[in-house]
Design a protein around this ligand. Structure first.
Ligand code: HEM
Length: 454
């Protein structure tokens, strides 16, 4: 990578394109390089866009939490290509429209619902486990994606069927592939969707419409209290029929948002967990020891989670090393100063979970997989935004507790029976697309988990 000179916090640009080519060639390498600069705020230029990269937790906290009103979601997160993938819903909305939607979905993620969600998650994963045999080769990421998609369908939209998940996850992969190049992470080139993307959008919409239709048929006699219904029932009761937009369209966009946001990050977390465990047999042994001691072979429930600290630490450490959302972007709504640097209105202000989570001053031996660090008190006094896999502030992941519960239960359920063997897991490098993915199509072998001899 071309060196970035950090003179006066304004590195010289790489010709007319600015820092975009270096970023595009290797986004994670670029961010790691910037993080080593010891500069809190770096001033960069990507084509004609001024970009400020924040690397100090207290500056990140100002932008995401304390002064969030001055920073809206960056425009590149709201382009038509992003909306085709993530829908025109909670993730891509701003202002009053966002506030209304957040308020109407919040009840679906209250803690009191977690036990019921845990039971549903358990049913889905036990069904999956019944179809796997030791020594089966599987496409790890695809299996995790179908599993977490089925869970979103079951828990949030009351669809008890998995047949749609293959087509829907393939469609999502095609729509996501547009973001596989650094050029398009910033939505710089708004080229129209090609044939494959148009077909994928149709397939995704068809599956989402089927979810809504199935939900209508099986409609909810079991929930008397509207506040107890699933998320789709909440959407239905909150859709503003006077807004002029078709009811079906609004519902479709909201369902699409939760489908996309709800499966990908959890599936990636589990994919990285199993790849890391395949590289670290000692950690796999500690994990299985805890699972055997606490569960003795029975299926875990949500109430077991506090008894599984090591399992939770494995998830936390994976989210540190491989945060599915590795970069967070905002746009300054007005002129301001952050970390002593003047930021003009309309600039991109970005930060990166990938870069901050790997800073040695917060996480000693930052590139090592050390779940213990979450159990020894080492991470207790971290600044608020030194570890933020779920974001921070009002736009923090609405499903943070749900996602932690889901990934812990899935790991506990699967790891009791299977470990993953992956021949070249050491050589797997993450691809920084819109999310942090392993290279497409990694094949692994499921091996029976060895029993621990006490
Ligand atoms: C390990 C799993 C997950 C991770 C790491 C994760 C991470 C994040 C992050 C970092 C954000 C904030 C983005 C920003 O500030 O721009 C976010 C937002 C969001 N997440 Fe998650 N997420 C996960 C799972 C889920 C699940 C399971 C769901 C749904 C069931 C979900 C739904 C959402 C939604 C709807 C938003 C937008 C919230 C808003 O803007 O108000 N996420 N997530």
């Amino acid at each position: 990578m071309a060196p970035i000179l950090l003179h006066n916090r304004r590195p010289p640009s790489d010709g007319i394109l600015g820092h975009l080519p270096s970023f595009m060639r290797d986004p994670l390498g670029f961010l790691t390089f910037c993080a080593r600069s010891n500069c809190g705020v770096l001033s960069l230029r990507m084509l004609h866009k001024q970009v400020f990269l924040l690397l100090e937790p207290e500056d990140i906290e100002r932008v995401l939490v304390t002064e969030h009103r001055d920073f809206i979601k960056a425009g590149w997160l709201r382009t038509p290509a992003v909306r085709r993938l993530l829908g025109d819903g909670l993730v891509t909305s701003e202002g009053d429209a966002w506030r209304l939607q957040r308020h109407s979905c919040q009840p679906a993620f209250q803690m009191r619902r977690m036990d019921r969600y845990g039971e549903q998650i358990s049913e889905v994963v036990q069904r999956k486990l019944a179809n796997w045999e030791p020594n089966d080769p599987i496409n790890l990421q695809q299996e995790m994606s179908r599993l977490t998609m089925e869970i979103v369908g079951r828990v949030l939209f009351a669809v008890d069927d998995s047949s749609w998940t293959l087509e829907a996850s393939r469609a999502m992969d095609i729509l996501m592939s547009r973001f596989s190049s650094g050029w398009n992470l910033f939505g710089m080139i708004p080229w129209p969707p090609g044939y494959q993307e148009r077909m994928a959008t149709r397939a995704l919409n068809r599956n989402v419409d089927n979810i809504i239709h199935t939900h209508e048929i099986s409609q909810n006699a079991q929930f008397e209290d509207a506040d107890d219904g699933d998320l789709l029932s909440m959407f239905k009761s909150s859709v503003d029929v006077s807004s002029g937009t078709s009811h079906q369209h609004v519902l479709r966009e909201q369902v699409k948002t939760f489908l996309a946001a709800g499966y990908e990050s959890s599936a990636l977390t589990l994919t990285w967990v199993f790849l890391l465990l395949s590289q670290h047999p000692d950690i796999n042994s500690k994990l299985t020891r805890e699972l055997e001691t606490v569960l003795s072979g029975r299926a875990p429930t949500a109430s077991d989670i506090p008894l599984l600290p090591y399992t939770q630490a494995v998830i936390q450490e994976t989210l540190r090393l491989y945060p599915p959302l590795w970069m967070t972007g905002r746009e300054s709504a007005k002129k301001c100063v952050v970390g002593g640097v003047a930021i003009p209105a309309g600039s991109i202000v970005m930060t990166s979970q990938w870069a901050v989570h790997r800073m040695a001053k917060y996480f000693p031996c930052p590139n090592d997989f050390l779940p213990e660090r979450w159990l020894t008190g080492e991470t207790k006094n971290l600044p608020r935004c030194a570890y933020f896999p779920f974001g921070a502030g009002p736009r923090i992941c609405i499903a943070q507790s749900f996602a932690m519960m889901e990934t812990t239960l899935l790991l506990a359920s699967i790891a009791q029976s299977f470990r993953v063997e992956c021949d070249n897991s050491d050589a797997i490098t993450p691809c920084a697309t819109m999310t942090l993915r392993p290279p497409i199509g990694i094949k692994v072998i499921l091996r029976a988990q060895e029993k621990i001899n006490y």
